[in-house]
Design a protein around this ligand. Structure first.
Ligand SMILES: [Zn+2]
Length: 569
C-alpha cells in the first residue's frame, strides 16, 4: 500500500474535539474520519487494524465452539415489544418507520432477534447447548457521544448468545467465555481486570466486566487490597470504615440555620463532623418526588438507586420542578415527620443516634435525632456510593478506587428473554421448558481505541504486532534515486512473499515529515532506505515500540526484518 494523501491522510494538528489520545491519534494518523457526532469512517489503515482485532475475537470465539451468524441491523419492533425493551430503551434506541408505517430500530444489541429465531426452531434437549455470535455494527443514540470510538452512536461489537437446558450448563459456558475473553485481551496486548458488574437494562443474574485500567475510563472500579474482590462501583458492596452518628443520644432540638443548605455549612455551624449529618437528595421519578437519605459524607449512587427503584427513569429534582412540590422545604428536608413522599434510606442510617437532619421547615435543622425514636429508616437499601478508605465486605481489607474502560461484558441471562419470547425446548420426557440463556459482548471498535490508549507516546501510535494494520513501513528518502526506489520495491515484493504487508512511503517530502508520519502511524518496523545504500549497502530498521535502530545489509534485509518482527512487542 502506498502512503498518500488519500490512503493515509495524516494531520499535524490535533482535532479540536479530541479529548483522548486514541481519538486524536486515530484521526491524525489518517486511520479514521468523523462522519457525524459519534459516527466514523475507517480509512484503509484503520479498517485493517479493526479487522485484525475482529479476527482475534473471531478466532477465540470459534476455538471456544461458538458459531458465527450474521443478523440484521434493522430490527422489527415486535420482539422488542414482547421483551418489554421497546419502552425500556427510551431515546437511546435509533427508531424509524418504513413506508408502510411499521416500526423498526437499528439494533443496539440482538437478544430479541436471536431468541425469536431459536424460539421458532422449537429445539429439543438434543439440539442444545448452542452459542451463536456475530461481529457487527450496533447503534445507540448517545446523548453525548465522545472520546472518538470510546462512546460512539455507531460502533462495532461482537455479540454472542448461548442457549442451555440447565443452569449448570450455562455456568460451564460462562466460564468458557470468560476464558476466551482473557485470551482475546492478551492477544490484543491489553491488560484487563475482571470485575463484578451491574446487569442494567440487559437484565440477568450474574455478570462480569472486562476492564482496561485507564484514567479516561468512564467506569469507577473498586478493588480490595487484601483479597480478590473487585466490582464496578455501580453495584459494589462495602463496609463503612467510620460509624455514623455515635454521639450520645440527646433530646430533639430545632436549630435556626438560615440559608444553610449544604452539609458543609450545617456541620461547620453545628461544630460537628459531616458523619453526624444526614444528607437528603431529592429526585423526581414519574412526576413523583423521591427523598433519598444517605450519610452526610457520601453521595447517592444513582446506579444503585436505579436497582432499588427498578427503573432508570429518574433525575435529580431541577430548580424549575421545585415549585410543583410546595410541601417540601427544599434544602431542609429531613426524615423526621416527612409524610406523603417516597423515601429511600441508605443502610448506614439504621440505628443512628445524636445526628443532624433537615427540619422540613425552611432555615431550620434538627439535632439529637435518633433513628427508630424519631423516624424509621425504611425502606433500607445500599444506595450510597463507595469512597476510598471503605472496607471490603468480604475480608475487611481497604478498598481502592480506580477508573477503567469496559471492553467486554458477559452475562448470565437466565429466562429474562426466553420467557417473554416463548423460547422453549422439549426435555427427555417431551415436556416443554424455557431455555436458559447467556449473552457475551465485546466492543471491537472500542477495543481498537483502547489498544491505542495503552500503546502510544508523544510521537504517535505504537501498534503491538498482533493488531498493527501492517507490520512494516518502508521509507525511501531519495525518491529521485533509481537504486533506492528499485531496492524498496524489491524489498516490498520479498516481504509480500513472506506474507508481510508493507506501507510504502515514496512521497516527495522532506525526511523529517516522513519520519514524523511513520512514528505517528506507528507500524511496528520502519525501514529507511537512504544514502547508506550507496555508501555501505545497508538500510536502517527502527523498531517503533522500543525506538531501537539497526543497520541491515540490503541482501539479507528481508530475513532480518522477519526476525526483528518476531521479536517486536
Ligand atoms: Zn477483601
Amino acid at each position: 500500500m502506498r502512503f498518500s494523501h488519500v490512503t493515509v491522510p495524516t494531520l499535524r494538528e490535533k482535532p479540536a474535539d479530541a479529548e483522548t489520545a486514541s481519538h486524536e491519534l486515530l484521526i491524525r494518523a489518517g486511520m479514521m474520519r468523523p462522519a457525524a457526532a459519534g459516527i466514523y469512517s475507517f480509512l484503509p489503515l484503520g479498517a485493517l487494524a479493526l479487522a485484525r482485532v475482529e479476527n482475534i475475537v473471531r478466532d477465540e470465539m470459534n476455538a471456544a465452539g461458538a458459531l458465527e451468524v450474521a443478523l440484521p441491523t434493522l430490527h422489527p419492533s415486535e420482539p422488542w415489544i414482547q421483551s418489554g425493551r421497546w419502552q425500556a430503551y427510551g431515546p437511546e434506541m435509533m427508531r424509524m418507520k418504513d413506508r408502510q408505517g411499521r416500526e423498526f430500530c437499528l439494533g443496539p444489541t440482538a437478544e430479541e432477534v436471536i431468541t425469536s429465531i431459536i424460539a421458532r426452531s422449537a429445539p429439543s434437549y438434543r439440539d442444545l447447548p448452542i452459542n451463536l455470535y456475530q461481529i457487527q455494527t450496533k447503534f445507540r443514540d448517545e446523548i453525548r457521544p465522545r472520546f472518538g470510538l470510546m462512546r460512539g452512536r455507531e460502533f462495532r461489537m461482537k455479540d454472542a448468545y448461548s442457549f442451555h437446558t440447565s443452569e449448570e450448563d450455562l455456568d460451564r459456558e460462562f466460564k468458557a467465555m470468560y476464558g476466551a475473553y482473557v485470551s482475546i485481551a492478551k492477544r490484543c496486548s491489553l491488560e484487563t481486570s475482571v470485575v463484578e458488574a451491574a446487569t442494567g437494562l440487559i437484565g440477568g443474574s450474574e455478570s462480569s466486566e472486562f476492564m482496561v485500567p485507564s484514567d479516561i475510563g468512564e467506569d469507577v472500579l473498586v478493588h480490595c487490597e487484601s483479597c480478590d474482590y473487585g466490582a464496578n462501583a455501580e453495584m459494589e458492596k462495602h463496609r463503612p470504615a467510620i460509624k455514623m452518628g455515635e454521639a450520645a443520644a440527646g433530646s430533639l432540638e430545632e436549630v435556626h440555620t438560615p440559608g444553610m443548605t449544604s452539609i458543609e455549612e450545617v456541620a461547620g455551624f453545628m461544630k460537628t463532623a459531616q458523619t453526624s449529618v444526614i444528607k437528603c437528595v431529592l429526585y423526581v421519578s414519574g412526576n413523583e418526588p423521591v427523598a433519598v437519605f444517605v450519610p452526610g459524607y457520601r453521595d447517592v449512587s444513582e446506579s444503585k438507586l436505579a436497582m432499588h427503584l427498578g427503573t432508570d427513569d429518574f433525575h435529580p429534582m431541577r430548580e424549575d420542578e421545585i415549585e410543583r412540590y410546595p410541601d417540601l422545604a427544599v434544602g431542609f428536608v429531613g426524615p423526621v415527620g416527612l409524610d406523603g413522599v417516597k423515601t429511600v434510606f441508605d443502610s448506614e442510617l439504621k440505628g443512628v443516634k445524636g445526628v443532624i437532619c433537615g427540619a422540613n421547615r425552611s432555615d431550620y435543622h434538627l439535632r439529637g435525632v435518633e433513628e427508630e425514636r424519631d423516624f424509621n429508616a425504611e425502606p433500607l437499601f445500599d444506595v450510597a456510593s463507595v469512597q476510598e478508605g471503605d472496607l471490603c465486605f468480604k475480608c475487611g481489607g481497604a478498598l481502592k478506587l480506580s477508573r477503567g474502560i469496559e471492553i467486554g461484558h458477559i452475562f448470565k441471562l437466565g429466562l429474562k428473554y426466553s420467557e417473554p419470547l416463548n423460547a422453549v425446548f422439549s426435555d427427555k420426557s417431551g415436556e416443554l421448558k424455557p431455555i436458559i440463556m447467556g449473552t457475551y459482548g465485546i466492543g471491537t471498535s472500542r477495543m481498537l481505541a483502547t489498544v491505542v490508549e495503552q500503546h502510544h507516546d508523544e510521537a504517535g501510535i505504537k501498534w503491538p504486532r498482533a493488531v498493527a494494520p501492517l507490520p512494516v513501513e518502508i521509507i525511501v528518502l531519495g525518491t529521485e534515486d533509481a537504486k533506492q526506489v528499485e531496492t524498496a520495491l524489491k524489498l516490498q515484493a520479498d516481504l509480500k512473499d513472506r506474507g508481510l504487508g508493507v506501507l510504502y512511503d515514496d512521497r516527495d517530502l522532506s525526511p523529517g515529515i516522513k519520519f514524523n508520519d511513520a512514528d505517528l502511524v506507528g507500524l511496528p518496523l520502519q525501514v529507511v532506505i537512504g544514502k547508506k545504500l550507496a555508501s555501505d549497502g545497508t538500510v536502517d530498521v527502527k523498531t517503533r515500540y522500543t525506538g531501537l535502530k539497526s543497520a541491515f545489509e540490503v541482501e539479507s534485509a528481508a530475513d532480518m526484518i522477519t526476525r526483528a518482527l518476531d521479536e517486536a512487542p
